[in-house]
Design a binder for this molecule. Structure first.
Ligand SMILES: [Zn+2]
Length: 145
């Protein structure tokens, strides 16, 4: 899949680079504090609880539940407007519901973000991560588990 007009992350940005390296290996990683051990997402250079700058990264199961979802409406960025209406979901991780990821519910990693009727999405339904290869980014997306 090539979509260079999509909003894609800077893979060299040091705070989030380990996350994207994990995604390229098919791993959904979460950052944790090296001092107090609390997980946090999105990644940050400093722990909001103890202010430590020690950082670790650990794998997750890649499984979660739909915590919420929306259907974006115009005006949309040009790269996304052709897909409207599409879904954007928030997933809480199975092993730590305080860790949430934004993404899209699709039927496969390379599926279009508008292929699932948003009216069929159920809050709490189980999902698992898949990674869509877009240019040199492996973008987490979610499929029904
Ligand atoms: Zn901490």
């Amino acid at each position: 899949m090539t979509a260079s007009t999509w909003l894609l992350p800077d893979l060299a940005e040091p705070t989030s680079a380990p996350f994207w390296a994990g995604a390229a290996r098919g791993e959904l990683l979460v950052q944790a504090c090296g001092a107090c051990g609390r997980r946090r997402m999105p990644p940050r250079p400093m722990c909001p609880h103890c202010q430590s700058t020690d950082v670790t990264w650990g794998p997750t199961s890649g499984r979660g539940r739909v915590w919420s979802y929306i259907v974006p409406h115009p005006p949309l960025l040009p790269a996304y407007s052709e897909f409207a209406p599409y879904n954007a979901i928030v997933v809480e991780l199975e092993e730590d519901p305080t860790i949430r990821f934004a993404g899209n519910l699709v039927t496969s990693a390379s599926g279009a973000i508008n292929e699932i009727d948003p009216a069929t999405i159920v809050i709490g339904e189980p999902v698992r991560v898949v990674f869509a290869a877009i240019d040199d980014v492996f973008l987490p997306r979610w499929v029904r588990a």
